[in-house]
Design a protein around this ligand. Structure first.
Ligand SMILES: [Zn+2]
Length: 164
């Protein structure tokens, strides 16, 4: 039996046990927020989009409850810089909801969902913040999560949750 299109791209990256040391926390994203994030990425084509995911951390799992779109100040298909006013608004929304920032996301309109050299060089939020990248290179959006350092990146564990 055919599955619904929404469920086809509601996936995640599960890491092998051996990767536990590099896994600072894992992330669970409710389907409706995951879909909203992808919709933003498509709406902002041909440019890169960016935004934040926020929620509650419980025993090494970040449960996303808020998806906060940011404005890409450079409006470019190849890079993003979060507009400071939109960052302030997101910060205010997180504080009033009593949640913490769990991930930053941005899109790659024409390339793979892996960090670019620019992403590594900028890495605005440091080694302990999960980075999600949405690739719109093919017809079906592809999402992967990463931990970034100045010179390298390793996969992060996340899951889109259809039950939430
Ligand atoms: Zn990028």
């Amino acid at each position: 039996m055919a599955r619904s299109p929404q469920r086809l791209h509601c996936v995640g990256d599960i890491l092998p046990e051996s990767s536990t040391l590099t896994n600072r926390y894992s992330l669970r994203i409710p389907q409706r927020l995951y879909d909203a994030m992808l919709a933003q990425a498509v709406a902002e084509l041909p440019n890169e989009c960016c935004g934040l995911l926020a929620g509650q951390m419980e025993q090494g799992v970040g449960h996303v409850t808020l998806q906060l779109p940011l404005v890409n100040a450079v409006a470019s298909p190849r890079e993003f810089t979060a507009d400071p006013t939109s960052l302030l608004a997101a910060d205010k929304a997180m504080r009033s909801a009593g949640v913490e920032m769990l991930a930053i996301y941005h899109s790659h309109p024409t390339s793979e969902a892996i960090p670019s050299k620019t992403d590594l060089a900028r890495n605005y939020h440091g080694d302990n913040m999960m980075n999600l990248i949405i690739s719109l290179k093919s017809g079906q959006p592809e999402v992967h999560a990463w931990w970034l350092t100045a010179t390298d990146y390793v996969p992060a564990e996340w899951k889109c949750d259809t039950e939430l």
